[in-house]
Design a protein around this ligand. Structure first.
Ligand code: GLA
Length: 703
C-alpha cells in the first residue's frame, strides 16, 4: 500500500498522505488528475522553518496531537485520571476499498486506538467517521472528538445559520479572522439555532459562483461547528458532538463512535454544494420520493388547536378532499387530559372526553373521502399533570434531585430508562396498531436541561433512544412515515434524516418569513423533505395578512400542504386551492427531483428561486417581491441553471392567482417567449413592478 491515498469522484478529490506516520490531508477540493508524483505532492506541503519555531518542519496530521507540535485543539480530548491526556497516534493500517479509506492508528503509551474512515460518495460528498477505542484496563474519558478538515488559506468568509423558534436558519456571513469561530448547540436536541451546515467560502463565493467548503454534523443532540484560523496561518473546519462532562467514559475495550461529519466541496457556488448534498440524499433507496410522491397534506393545528370536535374535523376533511388534499393530520389534543398545553403529555391513550368512541369514527371519515390519516405525538415529553408523571416522577431527566424548570409546562422523559422507553413505544405502537395511520408527526417542544441518566450526563443516550424508537416503530409498521418536528424546525439535521421522512421546517407559516426559512434550510435538505404549508390569510405567527397567491406560491417549494381552517375559505379561495393542489401534483416530480437554484442578485427586496430538471428540459421559478423594490424598475429576472445551448419557452403561470402589481403595464413576455438559455441566465427578463409580499411563477420549457 502506497503511503498516499487519492479519493476522487464527481469533480472532487481528497488526497491523504501517511508518510509522516499519521494521516495528513494534503488536499480537499477540486479534482486532481490521477497519475501525479505522490512524493512530489507531499514535498509541496512540507512547512518552512520560521525563526522561533520547531527546528524541523512538523507534519501535524488529522489528529492534531500536541506531541506532533500542534498548538491548538486536538481532535481527541480526553484522559484517564491524571494521565494519558496527551496522545501520539501512529498509523498501523490503511485500508482502501473503492472510494473509502480507513486508517487505524494506535497510541501504545496511552493505550488508545483511533479509526478514521473517509468515504467520498458518488456525488463527491466526503463522509468522515471516527472512532476511538480504549485498549487499556482503566477507564478513559472522552471529552471531545472533533473531526477537522483543512481548507485553503485563501478562504475569506464563514457562512453559517442561526435562529430561534419561528425564525430558523437565518444566514450570517463574516470574514474569517485569526481565532476560532465556534457555533455550539447545547439544547440536548438539534436546536433552532443549529447551523445545519457551516461554510468556508473563497472570496466572492455566491449561490451561483465560486468555491465553497461546508461541514454538517449528522447528529440530533449537542453539537459544535468551528472555523479555525491559527496564528501560524492555517485554516480548518471542524465539527463534532458536544459531550457533557463524563458523558463518554470508556471502560476497557469500549469505543466511542463519533457522529459522522458530512463535508461538501463545490466550485460552482453554494448551490453547487447544495446540489451535491441533495443528490447524495436522493440516492438513498429509502429516500421518501424513491418510495412514492409526497402527498398534499392538511394539518389541522392552526384550524382547531385543542378544540377537537368531530363535526368540525369532518367538515375539514370534506373541504380538504374537495380541493385535492391527500393526507389529513390530527395534531395535538387527542390524548389523555390534553385539553390545553398544560396536561396530558405522556398519556398516549385516546381521550375519552373528546373521543368517547375512540378515533375510529374520524379515521373512517377521513379515509372515506380518500385521504390518509396522520397523528401527532410528542413521546419524549411529559406534563407533570399526567397519569404517567404521577406514577413515575422518577422517569424525567433531572440531576441532583432538582426538578428542572418547566418549559411549555413540560418535562423530558429519560428514554434511556427501559421503563420509560417501553411505555412510550407500547402506547404509540398500540395506537398505530388500532388505527390505520400512515404518518405520525413527532414533536419535541422542550429543550433538555440537566439531562442525566442515574446521575450521569445523558444527552447522547436520549438521541440514541429516539433514533431507535423511530426505527422500531417503522419496523413494526411498514410504510409508516415520521415527521421530525421540534417546535417547528428545532430538529432538522443530517442524522435525523436517516430516521425520519419529513421535517417540519418552522412553526412560522407567515409566507414572508418562510421565504428565507425555506430558502436556507433547503441548502442542506432537499425540498421534498421540508414541510411547507399554506397558512391562514392572517398569519397566526405574525399577524401579517398575505394574499392567497403569495402564500400558495411560497408553499409550493417543499413537501406542500395546508394549515388553515378551510371551512372559512371563500368559494373563490377553494377554487384557487383546487388549482394549486393539482398544479403541485403535476409539478412535484420536477420540484422533488430537480436541481435547486437560488439566483444571485444585487437587490434584497426580491428573490428568485427555482428548480431545474436534471436533464434541463424544464424548470420552474418563483419571483418573490419581499419588500418594495429598491428601484422604480427592478433588476431583470435571470433564470439560471438551464442549458445555455438550448432555447426555452418562458411564460408566467398562475395556478394560484396573479401577483398584484404597482404598474400601468406589465412586461411584454408574460404570455410566452422563446429565449436562449444563455440569454436567460445573463440578460434575463424585464421584471414587473410588484407590490411587496407578492410572488409569481415562471415556467421554462425547452423547445
Ligand atoms: C409544536 C409544533 C406545532 C404543533 C404544536 C402542538 O409547536 O411545532 O406544529 O404541533 O406543537 O402543540
Amino acid at each position: 500500500m502506497s503511503n498516499l491515498t487519492h479519493l476522487t469522484n464527481a469533480g472532487v478529490s481528497v488526497v491523504i498522505a501517511t508518510s509522516s506516520g499519521t494521516p495528513s490531508i494534503l488536499h480537499w477540493g477540486r479534482a486532481i488528475s490521477p497519475g501525479f508524483d505522490a512524493s512530489a505532492l507531499v514535498q509541496t506541503q512540507l512547512e518552512p522553518t520560521p525563526h522561533c519555531d520547531f527546528d524541523e518542519p512538523q507534519t501535524i496530521g488529522i489528529w492534531r496531537e500536541n506531541s506532533r507540535g500542534f498548538i491548538g485543539e486536538p481532535t481527541i480530548k480526553g484522559s484517564r485520571p491524571g494521565r494519558d491526556w496527551s496522545h501520539h497516534f501512529t498509523v498501523r493500517s490503511t485500508q482502501l476499498d473503492g472510494n473509502t479509506v480507513t486508517y487505524v492508528s494506535i497510541d501504545a503509551e496511552a493505550e488508545l486506538e483511533i479509526e478514521a474512515r473517509f468515504e467520498l460518495t458518488e456525488q463527491g460528498v466526503l463522509k468522515l467517521s471516527q472512532r476511538v477505542t480504549n485498549l487499556g484496563l482503566s477507564e478513559f474519558t472522552v471529552e471531545a472528538l472533533t473531526s477537522y478538515l483543512p481548507v485553503p488559506d485563501y478562504t475569506k468568509d464563514v457562512l453559517d445559520f442561526h435562529g430561534r423558534w419561528m425564525r430558523e436558519r437565518q444566514p450570517q456571513r463574516q470574514a474569517i479572522r485569526v481565532g476560532n469561530w465556534v457555533r455550539e448547540g447545547r439544547e440536548g436536541r438539534t436546536g433552532h439555532d443549529y447551523t445545519l451546515i457551516q461554510f468556508a467560502l473563497a472570496e466572492g463565493t455566491t449561490f451561483e459562483h465560486g468555491e465553497a467548503w461546508g461541514l454538517s454534523l449528522a447528529w440530533s443532540g449537542n453539537n459544535r461547528h468551528v472555523v479555525e484560523r491559527t496564528a501560524i496561518g492555517r485554516t480548518s473546519m471542524g465539527a463534532g458532538e458536544l459531550l457533557l462532562p463524563d458523558e463518554m467514559v470508556l471502560a476497557s475495550n469500549e469505543s466511542y463512535q463519533a457522529p459522522t461529519v458530512v463535508a461538501v466541496y463545490a466550485n460552482d457556488g453554494i448551490d453547487g454544494a447544495s446540489h451535491r448534498l441533495h443528490s447524495m440524499l436522493r440516492a438513498r433507496p429509502n429516500h421518501p420520493t424513491n418510495i412514492r410522491p409526497r402527498p398534499v397534506t392538511l394539518n389541522v393545528w392552526e384550524a382547531v388547536y385543542f378544540d377537537h370536535d368531530f363535526d368540525k374535523l369532518a367538515a375539514l376533511a370534506d373541504a380538504a378532499a374537495a380541493i385535492g388534499v391527500e393526507r389529513f393530520v390530527l395534531d395535538d389534543g387527542w390524548f389523555g387530559a390534553r385539553r390545553h398545553d398544560r396536561a396530558g403529555l405522556g398519556d398516549w391513550v385516546v381521550s375519552k372526553d373528546v373521543w368517547p368512541e375512540g378515533l375510529g369514527k374520524l379515521v373512517d371519515k377521513v379515509k372515506s373521502v380518500g385521504l390518509e390519516f396522520g397523528l401527532w405525538f410528542e413521546g419524549e415529553m411529559v406534563n407533570q399533570d399526567s397519569d404517567l408523571y404521577r406514577e413515575h416522577p422518577e422517569w424525567i431527566l433531572q440531576a441532583g434531585g432538582r426538578i428542572p424548570p418547566e418549559f411549555r409546562t413540560q418535562q423530558v422523559l429519560d428514554l434511556a430508562h427501559d421503563g420509560a422507553y417501553k411505555h412510550v413505544f407500547d402506547q404509540t405502537h398500540a395506537i398505530l396498531s388500532e388505527y390505520d395511520i400512515a404518518y405520525i408527526k413527532w414533536d419535541h417542544n422542550r429543550v433538555l436541561t440537566e439531562a442525566s441518566h442515574y446521575g450521569k450526563a445523558a444527552v447522547r443516550k436520549q438521541v440514541e433512544a429516539i433514533y431507535r424508537m423511530f426505527d422500531e416503530l417503522k419496523a413494526a409498521h411498514p410504510g409508516l412515515e415520521i415527521e421530525s418536528c421540534s417546535s417547528g424546525g428545532g430538529r432538522i439535521d443530517l442524522g435525523m434524516i436517516d430516521h425520519a421522512d419529513r421535517f417540519w421546517t418552522s412553526d412560522n407559516n407567515d409566507a414572508l418569513e418562510r421565504q428565507s426559512i425555506n430558502r436556507y434550510t433547503s441548502i442542506a435538505i432537499p425540498p421534498e423533505l421540508l414541510g411547507t404549508h399554506i397558512g391562514p390569510t392572517k398569519a397566526h405567527s405574525s399577524g401579517r395578512t398575505h394574499s392567497h397567491t403569495f402564500r400558495a406560491i411560497t408553499a409550493l417549494w417543499g413537501h406542500a400542504g395546508l394549515e388553515w381552517d378551510l371551512t372559512e375559505a371563500s368559494v373563490e379561495d377553494m377554487e384557487l386551492l383546487k388549482g394549486w393542489t393539482s398544479y403541485y401534483k403535476a409539478k412535484r416530480g420536477l420540484l422533488h427531483s430537480g436541481r435547486t437554484v437560488r439566483v444571485d442578485g444585487s437587490e434584497t427586496s426580491n428573490q428568485i428561486h427555482g428548480v431545474v430538471a436534471q436533464d434541463k428540459s424544464e424548470a420552474l421559478y418563483m419571483y418573490a417581491q419581499l419588500t418594495t423594490s429598491e428601484y422604480s424598475r427592478p433588476a431583470n429576472i435571470r433564470l439560471t441553471g438551464l442549458d445555455s445551448e438550448a432555447t426555452y419557452l418562458v411564460k408566467v403561470v398562475e395556478p394560484a392567482g396573479a401577483a398584484v402589481g404597482m404598474q400601468l403595464l406589465p412586461p411584454k413576455w408574460y404570455a410566452g417567449v422563446r429565449v436562449p438559455g444563455a440569454f436567460l441566465a445573463s440578460s434575463g427578463l424585464r421584471a414587473p413592478v410588484l407590490r411587496p409580499e407578492q410572488a409569481m411563477l415562471i415556467e421554462a420549457t425547452r423547445v
